[in-house]
Design a protein around this ligand. Structure first.
Ligand code: GAR
Length: 202
């Protein structure tokens, strides 16, 4: 069974969906470690409630992004982590971490990439007046939300939606999509060729 680390910064509802999938045996990977760059967040409580080891690594304690990512890499290696899920981890990771875990860091983003990368994706979608948005699971590369796309799910943007309403509608899909995509990876069914991701039949 592959060891998964989940990196978080906040509420951790995606972490919860991943933990629930493991508990229901819908994810053949073990969440071995949860790392947060922010202390006191609800995601850490969710991890502890599931008896998962936690680590708080505040980014402000490190002089550079590279030094921070070296510390992340060390923690991941010493926990024998095979792959990493960024579940609301609000930090850009550097090539240092990606070189230590090549094609093994997977992010979820609350838009249909390549539309609306970066912060406040739902606000960007509303400001652009799009009628469809959603979420994307993708491999992380050195760019901002620019890596090869593994899976996407769409939701309608409805008249009168505010940021909270759209965020909530997208989150429902995130909680379905992310565990499924991680399961495809855990099963070794994802093939990456350049920017193309192919899913082999199970
Ligand atoms: C999710 O909507 C996730 O897609 C987003 O943060 C939220 C975390 O929610 N991530 C990003 O915006 C990354 N750029 P959660 O803590 O409840 O899982």
């Amino acid at each position: 069974m592959k060891n998964l680390a989940v990196l978080v910064s906040g509420n951790g509802s995606n972490l919860q969906a991943i933990l629930d999938a493991e508990a229901k045996q819908q994810l053949s990977a073990h969440v071995r470690l949860v790392i947060s760059n922010v202390d006191g967040v609800h995601a850490l409580e969710r991890a502890r409630a599931a008896n998962v080891e936690t680590l708080v690594l505040p980014h402000r304690s490190f002089a550079t992004r590279e030094a921070y990512d070296d510390a992340l890499g060390q923690a991941l290696r010493s926990a024998n982590i095979d792959f990493v899920a960024l579940a609301g981890f609000m930090r850009i990771v550097s090539s240092r971490l990606l070189e230590a875990f090549p094609s093994r860091v997977i992010n979820i983003h609350p838009s249909l990439l390549p539309a609306f990368p970066g912060l406040h994706a739902q606000r960007q979608a509303l400001e652009h007046g799009v009628k469809v948005s959603g979420c994307t699971v993708h491999f992380v590369d050195v760019g901002c939300d620019s890596g090869a796309i593994i899976a996407q799910a769409a939701v309608p943007v409805l008249d009168g939606d505010d940021e909270a309403a759209l965020t909530a509608r997208i989150l429902v899909e995130e909680h379905r999509l992310f565990p499924r995509a991680l399961q495809l990876f855990a099963e070794g069914r994802i093939e990456l060729e350049g920017r193309q991701v192919r899913v082999r039949n199970g």
